[in-house]
Design a protein around this ligand. Structure first.
Ligand SMILES: Nc1ncnc2c1ncn2[C@@H]1O[C@H](COP(=O)(O)OP(=O)(O)OP(=O)(O)O)[C@@H](O)[C@H]1O
Length: 399
Protein backbone atom coordinates (compact mmCIF):
# COMPACT_ATOMS: atom_id res chain seq x y z
CA UNK A 1 0.00 0.00 0.00
CA UNK A 2 1.29 3.41 -0.99
CA UNK A 3 0.86 6.82 0.64
CA UNK A 4 0.34 9.57 -1.93
CA UNK A 5 1.05 13.21 -1.14
CA UNK A 6 0.63 16.35 -3.24
CA UNK A 7 2.59 19.38 -2.11
CA UNK A 8 1.92 22.79 -3.61
CA UNK A 9 0.80 21.06 -6.78
CA UNK A 10 0.07 23.51 -9.62
CA UNK A 11 -0.57 23.01 -13.31
CA UNK A 12 -1.05 25.86 -15.78
CA UNK A 13 -2.13 25.45 -19.37
CA UNK A 14 -1.22 28.85 -20.84
CA UNK A 15 -3.42 31.23 -18.85
CA UNK A 16 -5.65 28.49 -17.38
CA UNK A 17 -4.72 27.42 -13.86
CA UNK A 18 -6.08 23.88 -13.95
CA UNK A 19 -4.68 22.86 -10.56
CA UNK A 20 -3.83 25.57 -8.06
CA UNK A 21 -1.44 24.92 -5.16
CA UNK A 22 -3.07 21.70 -4.02
CA UNK A 23 -1.85 20.04 -0.82
CA UNK A 24 -3.44 16.65 -0.37
CA UNK A 25 -2.60 13.38 1.38
CA UNK A 26 -4.02 9.99 0.51
CA UNK A 27 -3.30 7.38 3.17
CA UNK A 28 -2.23 3.84 2.28
CA UNK A 29 -5.32 1.84 1.32
CA UNK A 30 -7.61 4.86 1.47
CA UNK A 31 -10.45 5.46 -1.02
CA UNK A 32 -10.35 9.18 -1.83
CA UNK A 33 -12.84 10.80 -4.22
CA UNK A 34 -12.01 14.00 -6.13
CA UNK A 35 -15.30 15.83 -6.61
CA UNK A 36 -16.16 19.01 -8.49
CA UNK A 37 -17.98 20.43 -11.50
CA UNK A 38 -16.75 20.03 -15.03
CA UNK A 39 -13.48 21.81 -15.77
CA UNK A 40 -12.45 22.20 -12.12
CA UNK A 41 -9.23 20.27 -12.65
CA UNK A 42 -10.07 16.77 -11.42
CA UNK A 43 -8.60 14.89 -14.37
CA UNK A 44 -5.53 17.08 -14.46
CA UNK A 45 -4.94 16.47 -10.77
CA UNK A 46 -5.36 12.72 -11.28
CA UNK A 47 -2.84 12.77 -14.13
CA UNK A 48 -0.42 14.76 -11.99
CA UNK A 49 -0.79 12.18 -9.19
CA UNK A 50 0.00 9.45 -11.72
CA UNK A 51 3.11 11.33 -12.81
CA UNK A 52 1.97 11.39 -16.45
CA UNK A 53 1.50 15.16 -16.40
CA UNK A 54 4.41 17.36 -15.42
CA UNK A 55 3.50 19.95 -12.76
CA UNK A 56 4.20 23.62 -13.34
CA UNK A 57 5.29 23.65 -9.71
CA UNK A 58 4.98 21.41 -6.67
CA UNK A 59 5.55 17.72 -6.31
CA UNK A 60 3.76 14.36 -5.96
CA UNK A 61 5.27 11.87 -3.53
CA UNK A 62 4.72 8.11 -3.40
CA UNK A 63 5.82 6.99 0.06
CA UNK A 64 7.94 10.13 0.22
CA UNK A 65 9.62 9.64 -3.18
CA UNK A 66 8.86 12.07 -6.05
CA UNK A 67 6.71 10.11 -8.48
CA UNK A 68 8.58 11.56 -11.47
CA UNK A 69 11.77 9.92 -10.11
CA UNK A 70 10.14 6.47 -10.08
CA UNK A 71 10.29 4.40 -13.26
CA UNK A 72 6.72 4.34 -14.68
CA UNK A 73 6.66 0.51 -14.59
CA UNK A 74 7.68 0.54 -10.94
CA UNK A 75 4.99 3.00 -9.82
CA UNK A 76 2.41 0.22 -9.52
CA UNK A 77 -0.38 2.40 -10.93
CA UNK A 78 -3.52 1.10 -12.61
CA UNK A 79 -5.73 3.64 -14.37
CA UNK A 80 -9.32 3.34 -15.58
CA UNK A 81 -10.99 6.00 -17.71
CA UNK A 82 -14.51 6.92 -18.71
CA UNK A 83 -14.09 5.35 -22.17
CA UNK A 84 -12.98 1.84 -21.26
CA UNK A 85 -11.14 1.61 -24.62
CA UNK A 86 -11.06 -2.16 -24.94
CA UNK A 87 -9.42 -3.70 -28.00
CA UNK A 88 -12.39 -4.70 -30.18
CA UNK A 89 -10.56 -7.54 -31.96
CA UNK A 90 -9.50 -9.22 -28.69
CA UNK A 91 -11.65 -11.38 -26.43
CA UNK A 92 -12.33 -10.39 -22.84
CA UNK A 93 -9.59 -12.77 -21.66
CA UNK A 94 -7.10 -11.35 -24.16
CA UNK A 95 -8.03 -7.79 -23.21
CA UNK A 96 -7.54 -8.51 -19.51
CA UNK A 97 -4.23 -10.29 -20.13
CA UNK A 98 -2.92 -7.62 -22.49
CA UNK A 99 -0.84 -5.65 -19.90
CA UNK A 100 0.96 -8.88 -18.92
CA UNK A 101 2.58 -9.11 -22.36
CA UNK A 102 5.26 -6.69 -21.27
CA UNK A 103 6.02 -8.28 -17.91
CA UNK A 104 7.97 -11.50 -17.42
CA UNK A 105 5.12 -13.77 -16.34
CA UNK A 106 5.08 -17.49 -17.24
CA UNK A 107 2.30 -18.30 -19.74
CA UNK A 108 0.59 -20.61 -17.23
CA UNK A 109 0.45 -17.80 -14.67
CA UNK A 110 -1.13 -15.45 -17.17
CA UNK A 111 -4.23 -17.66 -17.36
CA UNK A 112 -4.44 -17.80 -13.57
CA UNK A 113 -4.06 -14.03 -13.16
CA UNK A 114 -6.58 -13.28 -15.90
CA UNK A 115 -9.10 -15.64 -14.32
CA UNK A 116 -8.53 -14.10 -10.90
CA UNK A 117 -8.89 -10.52 -12.18
CA UNK A 118 -12.04 -11.51 -14.09
CA UNK A 119 -13.47 -13.16 -10.99
CA UNK A 120 -12.70 -10.07 -8.92
CA UNK A 121 -14.88 -7.88 -11.13
CA UNK A 122 -17.58 -10.46 -11.92
CA UNK A 123 -16.82 -11.20 -15.59
CA UNK A 124 -15.44 -14.74 -15.22
CA UNK A 125 -18.25 -16.10 -17.41
CA UNK A 126 -17.57 -13.64 -20.23
CA UNK A 127 -13.93 -14.49 -20.99
CA UNK A 128 -14.47 -15.69 -24.56
CA UNK A 129 -16.75 -12.81 -25.63
CA UNK A 130 -15.73 -9.82 -27.72
CA UNK A 131 -16.31 -6.26 -26.43
CA UNK A 132 -19.09 -5.54 -28.92
CA UNK A 133 -21.16 -8.25 -27.23
CA UNK A 134 -20.90 -6.66 -23.79
CA UNK A 135 -23.04 -4.06 -22.05
CA UNK A 136 -21.47 -0.75 -21.00
CA UNK A 137 -21.25 -1.95 -17.41
CA UNK A 138 -19.61 -5.23 -18.44
CA UNK A 139 -17.07 -3.38 -20.59
CA UNK A 140 -16.15 -1.18 -17.67
CA UNK A 141 -15.71 -4.26 -15.48
CA UNK A 142 -13.36 -5.72 -18.09
CA UNK A 143 -11.43 -2.43 -18.19
CA UNK A 144 -11.05 -2.66 -14.41
CA UNK A 145 -9.88 -6.26 -14.59
CA UNK A 146 -7.31 -5.23 -17.23
CA UNK A 147 -6.08 -2.46 -14.93
CA UNK A 148 -5.92 -4.74 -11.89
CA UNK A 149 -4.26 -7.76 -13.50
CA UNK A 150 -0.81 -6.34 -12.75
CA UNK A 151 -1.56 -6.24 -9.01
CA UNK A 152 -1.19 -2.47 -8.67
CA UNK A 153 -0.72 -0.67 -5.40
CA UNK A 154 -2.38 2.54 -6.64
CA UNK A 155 -5.72 2.56 -8.44
CA UNK A 156 -6.73 5.78 -10.26
CA UNK A 157 -10.20 6.00 -11.81
CA UNK A 158 -11.45 8.92 -13.91
CA UNK A 159 -15.27 9.02 -14.08
CA UNK A 160 -15.40 5.28 -14.81
CA UNK A 161 -19.18 5.05 -14.50
CA UNK A 162 -20.31 8.02 -16.57
CA UNK A 163 -20.99 5.85 -19.63
CA UNK A 164 -22.70 3.13 -17.64
CA UNK A 165 -26.49 3.09 -17.36
CA UNK A 166 -28.05 4.13 -14.07
CA UNK A 167 -29.05 0.62 -12.96
CA UNK A 168 -25.58 -0.89 -13.37
CA UNK A 169 -23.94 2.22 -11.97
CA UNK A 170 -25.21 1.88 -8.43
CA UNK A 171 -24.23 -1.80 -8.27
CA UNK A 172 -20.78 -1.03 -9.67
CA UNK A 173 -20.19 1.75 -7.15
CA UNK A 174 -20.45 -0.67 -4.26
CA UNK A 175 -18.40 -3.30 -6.06
CA UNK A 176 -15.55 -0.90 -6.86
CA UNK A 177 -15.29 0.16 -3.21
CA UNK A 178 -15.41 -3.46 -2.01
CA UNK A 179 -12.79 -4.46 -4.58
CA UNK A 180 -10.43 -1.63 -3.64
CA UNK A 181 -10.70 -2.64 0.02
CA UNK A 182 -10.19 -6.32 -0.68
CA UNK A 183 -7.10 -5.63 -2.77
CA UNK A 184 -5.82 -3.04 -0.30
CA UNK A 185 -4.97 -0.52 -3.03
CA UNK A 186 -4.73 3.21 -2.46
CA UNK A 187 -7.52 4.57 -4.66
CA UNK A 188 -8.27 8.00 -6.11
CA UNK A 189 -11.61 8.21 -7.88
CA UNK A 190 -12.76 11.21 -9.94
CA UNK A 191 -16.40 12.17 -10.31
CA UNK A 192 -18.65 15.23 -10.68
CA UNK A 193 -21.53 13.30 -9.09
CA UNK A 194 -21.91 14.23 -5.43
CA UNK A 195 -24.06 11.20 -4.66
CA UNK A 196 -21.41 8.92 -6.10
CA UNK A 197 -18.73 10.72 -4.08
CA UNK A 198 -20.62 10.59 -0.81
CA UNK A 199 -21.61 6.96 -1.19
CA UNK A 200 -18.12 5.71 -2.11
CA UNK A 201 -15.47 7.81 -0.40
CA UNK A 202 -13.53 7.31 2.80
CA UNK A 203 -12.72 10.97 2.26
CA UNK A 204 -13.92 13.36 -0.38
CA UNK A 205 -11.82 16.25 -1.73
CA UNK A 206 -13.88 19.05 -3.33
CA UNK A 207 -12.24 21.11 -6.09
CA UNK A 208 -13.31 24.40 -7.62
CA UNK A 209 -11.25 26.16 -10.29
CA UNK A 210 -8.30 23.94 -9.41
CA UNK A 211 -8.40 25.02 -5.77
CA UNK A 212 -8.97 22.38 -3.11
CA UNK A 213 -11.96 23.65 -1.12
CA UNK A 214 -12.15 21.00 1.57
CA UNK A 215 -11.17 17.39 2.16
CA UNK A 216 -12.68 15.11 4.78
CA UNK A 217 -15.08 12.25 5.44
CA UNK A 218 -18.25 12.75 3.35
CA UNK A 219 -20.56 13.24 6.34
CA UNK A 220 -18.25 15.89 7.77
CA UNK A 221 -17.84 17.81 4.50
CA UNK A 222 -21.60 17.71 3.93
CA UNK A 223 -22.60 18.77 7.44
CA UNK A 224 -19.80 21.22 8.08
CA UNK A 225 -18.83 22.90 4.78
CA UNK A 226 -15.95 25.38 4.87
CA UNK A 227 -17.09 27.31 1.81
CA UNK A 228 -20.32 28.37 0.15
CA UNK A 229 -19.29 26.41 -2.90
CA UNK A 230 -19.11 23.15 -0.92
CA UNK A 231 -22.45 23.88 0.78
CA UNK A 232 -24.09 24.53 -2.59
CA UNK A 233 -22.45 21.65 -4.43
CA UNK A 234 -23.33 18.99 -1.84
CA UNK A 235 -26.98 18.55 -1.13
CA UNK A 236 -29.94 16.62 -2.45
CA UNK A 237 -32.36 18.30 -2.82
CA UNK A 238 -30.29 21.31 -3.69
CA UNK A 239 -29.21 23.71 -1.02
CA UNK A 240 -31.14 27.00 -1.06
CA UNK A 241 -28.97 30.12 -0.92
CA UNK A 242 -30.57 33.35 0.26
CA UNK A 243 -29.12 36.80 0.75
CA UNK A 244 -29.38 38.33 4.22
CA UNK A 245 -28.09 41.24 6.26
CA UNK A 246 -27.04 40.80 9.86
CA UNK A 247 -28.51 43.23 12.33
CA UNK A 248 -27.42 43.17 15.97
CA UNK A 249 -28.75 45.33 18.79
CA UNK A 250 -28.06 44.65 22.45
CA UNK A 251 -28.49 40.90 22.78
CA UNK A 252 -30.85 40.68 19.80
CA UNK A 253 -29.53 39.40 16.45
CA UNK A 254 -31.62 39.11 13.32
CA UNK A 255 -30.98 37.94 9.79
CA UNK A 256 -32.89 40.24 7.47
CA UNK A 257 -33.97 38.30 4.40
CA UNK A 258 -35.72 41.27 2.82
CA UNK A 259 -39.33 40.21 3.09
CA UNK A 260 -39.00 38.72 6.57
CA UNK A 261 -36.45 38.28 9.31
CA UNK A 262 -35.10 35.35 11.24
CA UNK A 263 -34.63 36.33 14.85
CA UNK A 264 -31.89 34.25 16.40
CA UNK A 265 -32.42 32.87 19.91
CA UNK A 266 -31.37 35.54 22.40
CA UNK A 267 -28.86 34.49 25.02
CA UNK A 268 -27.51 31.60 22.93
CA UNK A 269 -23.70 31.99 22.93
CA UNK A 270 -23.64 31.10 19.24
CA UNK A 271 -25.86 34.06 18.47
CA UNK A 272 -23.40 36.39 20.19
CA UNK A 273 -20.67 35.37 17.72
CA UNK A 274 -22.83 36.56 14.85
CA UNK A 275 -23.30 39.98 16.43
CA UNK A 276 -19.73 40.78 15.31
CA UNK A 277 -21.02 40.76 11.74
CA UNK A 278 -23.53 43.55 12.39
CA UNK A 279 -24.57 45.26 9.08
CA UNK A 280 -22.68 42.73 6.93
CA UNK A 281 -24.31 41.02 3.97
CA UNK A 282 -24.16 37.26 4.26
CA UNK A 283 -25.43 34.25 2.36
CA UNK A 284 -27.68 31.83 4.20
CA UNK A 285 -27.47 28.26 2.95
CA UNK A 286 -30.39 26.07 3.95
CA UNK A 287 -30.60 22.35 3.32
CA UNK A 288 -34.09 20.86 3.11
CA UNK A 289 -36.06 21.73 6.25
CA UNK A 290 -38.72 19.68 7.94
CA UNK A 291 -42.11 20.70 9.22
CA UNK A 292 -42.27 21.44 12.94
CA UNK A 293 -41.25 24.08 15.45
CA UNK A 294 -37.49 24.63 15.71
CA UNK A 295 -37.01 27.96 17.44
CA UNK A 296 -37.24 30.31 14.46
CA UNK A 297 -39.91 30.45 11.78
CA UNK A 298 -39.91 31.17 8.05
CA UNK A 299 -43.25 31.85 6.42
CA UNK A 300 -43.93 31.26 2.77
CA UNK A 301 -46.17 29.99 0.04
CA UNK A 302 -45.88 26.54 -1.48
CA UNK A 303 -45.05 27.11 -5.15
CA UNK A 304 -44.37 23.52 -6.21
CA UNK A 305 -44.70 20.03 -4.76
CA UNK A 306 -42.61 17.03 -5.81
CA UNK A 307 -43.82 13.59 -4.85
CA UNK A 308 -40.74 11.47 -4.16
CA UNK A 309 -42.73 8.43 -3.14
CA UNK A 310 -41.48 8.15 0.43
CA UNK A 311 -42.02 11.88 1.07
CA UNK A 312 -43.22 15.09 -0.51
CA UNK A 313 -40.83 17.89 -1.23
CA UNK A 314 -42.46 21.30 -1.03
CA UNK A 315 -40.79 24.29 -2.66
CA UNK A 316 -41.72 27.18 -0.42
CA UNK A 317 -41.31 30.72 -1.70
CA UNK A 318 -40.20 32.71 1.32
CA UNK A 319 -39.76 35.89 -0.69
CA UNK A 320 -36.03 35.71 -0.15
CA UNK A 321 -33.48 37.34 -2.40
CA UNK A 322 -31.59 34.62 -4.20
CA UNK A 323 -27.88 34.82 -3.70
CA UNK A 324 -25.97 36.16 -6.72
CA UNK A 325 -23.86 33.04 -6.31
CA UNK A 326 -26.80 31.14 -7.68
CA UNK A 327 -27.47 33.01 -10.89
CA UNK A 328 -28.02 30.32 -13.51
CA UNK A 329 -26.22 30.48 -16.86
CA UNK A 330 -29.46 31.74 -18.47
CA UNK A 331 -29.13 34.95 -16.45
CA UNK A 332 -25.91 35.67 -18.34
CA UNK A 333 -27.14 34.23 -21.64
CA UNK A 334 -24.37 31.64 -21.47
CA UNK A 335 -23.94 29.19 -24.29
CA UNK A 336 -25.19 25.67 -23.53
CA UNK A 337 -22.51 23.71 -21.74
CA UNK A 338 -20.65 26.77 -20.54
CA UNK A 339 -19.92 26.98 -16.86
CA UNK A 340 -21.00 29.90 -14.71
CA UNK A 341 -18.34 32.22 -13.28
CA UNK A 342 -18.70 30.20 -10.11
CA UNK A 343 -18.30 26.84 -11.76
CA UNK A 344 -21.81 25.68 -10.95
CA UNK A 345 -22.51 23.98 -14.27
CA UNK A 346 -23.70 21.23 -14.56
CA UNK A 347 -25.22 21.23 -11.08
CA UNK A 348 -27.29 24.27 -12.04
CA UNK A 349 -28.11 24.66 -15.68
CA UNK A 350 -30.59 26.35 -17.95
CA UNK A 351 -32.90 23.38 -18.23
CA UNK A 352 -33.13 22.85 -14.52
CA UNK A 353 -32.72 26.19 -12.78
CA UNK A 354 -31.94 26.39 -9.09
CA UNK A 355 -34.62 27.22 -6.52
CA UNK A 356 -34.60 31.00 -6.43
CA UNK A 357 -35.74 32.62 -3.21
CA UNK A 358 -37.22 29.33 -2.09
CA UNK A 359 -36.53 26.83 0.62
CA UNK A 360 -37.21 23.11 0.40
CA UNK A 361 -39.39 21.45 2.99
CA UNK A 362 -39.68 17.71 3.45
CA UNK A 363 -43.18 16.47 4.24
CA UNK A 364 -43.24 12.85 5.45
CA UNK A 365 -45.82 10.43 4.04
CA UNK A 366 -48.71 10.23 4.45
CA UNK A 367 -48.64 13.98 4.13
CA UNK A 368 -50.60 16.57 2.26
CA UNK A 369 -49.43 19.90 1.02
CA UNK A 370 -50.77 21.77 -1.98
CA UNK A 371 -49.63 24.59 -4.22
CA UNK A 372 -50.65 27.99 -2.94
CA UNK A 373 -50.80 26.82 0.68
CA UNK A 374 -49.23 29.07 3.31
CA UNK A 375 -46.65 27.27 5.43
CA UNK A 376 -44.76 28.19 8.58
CA UNK A 377 -41.47 26.32 8.56
CA UNK A 378 -39.36 25.82 11.65
CA UNK A 379 -35.68 26.72 11.39
CA UNK A 380 -33.14 25.77 14.04
CA UNK A 381 -29.87 27.55 14.63
CA UNK A 382 -28.11 24.38 13.51
CA UNK A 383 -29.95 24.51 10.17
CA UNK A 384 -28.30 27.82 9.29
CA UNK A 385 -25.05 27.73 7.36
CA UNK A 386 -23.78 31.30 6.93
CA UNK A 387 -21.10 32.57 4.55
CA UNK A 388 -19.39 35.92 4.14
CA UNK A 389 -19.06 37.84 0.86
CA UNK A 390 -15.98 35.82 -0.03
CA UNK A 391 -17.92 32.58 0.32
CA UNK A 392 -16.12 31.64 3.56
CA UNK A 393 -18.07 30.05 6.37
CA UNK A 394 -19.08 32.19 9.34
CA UNK A 395 -19.09 29.76 12.24
CA UNK A 396 -21.26 30.26 15.25
CA UNK A 397 -18.75 28.64 17.56
CA UNK A 398 -16.05 31.11 18.57
CA UNK A 399 -12.66 30.37 16.98
N1 LIG B 1 -4.10 19.72 -22.36
C1 LIG B 1 -4.74 20.84 -22.03
N2 LIG B 1 -4.50 22.00 -22.66
C2 LIG B 1 -5.13 23.15 -22.32
N3 LIG B 1 -6.05 23.23 -21.33
C3 LIG B 1 -6.35 22.09 -20.67
C4 LIG B 1 -5.72 20.86 -20.96
N4 LIG B 1 -6.21 19.91 -20.14
C5 LIG B 1 -7.12 20.53 -19.34
N5 LIG B 1 -7.19 21.85 -19.66
C6 LIG B 1 -8.04 22.86 -18.99
O1 LIG B 1 -7.80 22.77 -17.60
C7 LIG B 1 -9.01 22.90 -16.87
C8 LIG B 1 -9.24 21.65 -16.04
O2 LIG B 1 -9.51 20.57 -16.91
P1 LIG B 1 -9.77 19.08 -16.38
O3 LIG B 1 -10.00 18.20 -17.55
O4 LIG B 1 -8.70 18.70 -15.43
O5 LIG B 1 -11.13 19.31 -15.54
P2 LIG B 1 -12.16 18.21 -15.03
O6 LIG B 1 -12.62 18.69 -13.70
O7 LIG B 1 -11.56 16.86 -15.09
O8 LIG B 1 -13.33 18.35 -16.08
P3 LIG B 1 -14.37 17.24 -16.62
O9 LIG B 1 -15.21 16.82 -15.43
O10 LIG B 1 -15.16 17.99 -17.63
O11 LIG B 1 -13.55 16.12 -17.18
C9 LIG B 1 -10.10 23.15 -17.89
O12 LIG B 1 -10.28 24.54 -18.00
C10 LIG B 1 -9.52 22.58 -19.16
O13 LIG B 1 -10.04 23.25 -20.29
Amino acid sequence: MVAIAARGLTKNFDDVVAVDHVDLDVSPGEFLVLLGPTGCGKSTLLRLLAGIEEPTSGVVLFDGVPVRDIDPRARGIAMVFQDHALYPHLTVAQNIGFPLRTVPVPATDIGVRVAEAARNVGVADLLSRYPEHLSGGQRQRVAMARALVRNPSVFLLDEPLSNVDAGARSALRGEIVALARRLGVTTVYVTHDQIEAISMADRVAVLRYGVLQQAGPPAEVYADPDTLFVAAFLGTPRTSLLEAAVYAEDCRVVLDLGSQVLELPAGDPRTAVLARHHTERVTVALRALSIGARGMTLRGTVCAVENLGHELLAHVDVGGVPSPWMQPPSARAAAPGESTPYGFYPAYDVVDPPPMGEVMVRVPMPGRVVRGEELAVGVGLDDLLLFDRGGRRIRFAAG
